[in-house]
Design a protein. Structure first.
Length: 62
């Protein structure tokens, strides 16, 4: 994955999260949970993209 694709993806995710937080009425606890889940998913995706962890497809849940 190229650096430009990585930056564009991070910007798109950030803008979408900002739009959701700004314009969609939700309880603050639900917004906090949504923010934490998105941040955790982005961190795992970044670690996988840089090769720190193996491919995400190799992770099994259940």
């Amino acid at each position: 994955m190229s650096l430009i694709n990585l930056i564009i993806t991070l910007v798109v995710v950030g803008v979408l999260l900002w739009l959701i937080n700004s314009f969609i009425p939700m309880q603050s606890t639900i917004k906090k949970i949504l923010n934490v889940v998105v941040i955790i998913v982005v961190i795992i995706w970044l670690l996988s993209a840089f090769g720190v962890i193996g491919p995400i497809s190799g992770i099994r849940i259940g």
